[in-house]
Ligand binder design. Sequence first.
Ligand SMILES: [Zn+2]
Length: 200
Amino acid sequence: MKFEIINMYPRPFKKLIDHFASLPSVGPKMAERLVIYLFKQNPEKLKDFAKTLDELKTNLKYCTQCFNISENELCSICADSSRNQKMICVVEEPLDIFAIEKTKKFNGLYHVLGGVLEPVTNNNKLKIGELENRVKESNITEIILAMNPTTEGDATAMYVARAFKDHETQVTRLARGLSTGGDIEYADELTLGSAILNRK
Ligand SMILES: [Zn+2]
């Protein structure tokens, strides 16, 4: 007789399994294992886990300057005066910033576009106008385009580069070497680090 094994679980268990199973890369089996693991933890740890989860959306916002995820108006990178204020590395998503920061090969500022160009939808949601304003207002000497090496990433990089073709600001792009179709987010630190150093 065939039946869904998941139905054997009490309701809160099942609900939590569904939540975990809806996360990227977590299948139903893994979700079950995670929930059982959590069930075995002490209540304090679980309360802290739940509280942290709750705070994820209530205490975090987007940096008003670069659109990185931040606890304050300005993110820790924008607020750090020891960083090179004349360079902006343009990325698709906040996670790309974490990946580039891990390489320790870039000491400038960032700008999160919030995605890539999509031919069908309108592209107004991308923070390109905000980038132009930043470049106009501060003396930016170099814009580094760090889009993912995908068709959409390439198209977006070309589009952004065009927006600055009449500016004096130098526009560079990460060197090839990142595997095509791969994400910056998943690139190893060494490869990504040398792509930054060898940008052109
Ligand atoms: Zn910022």
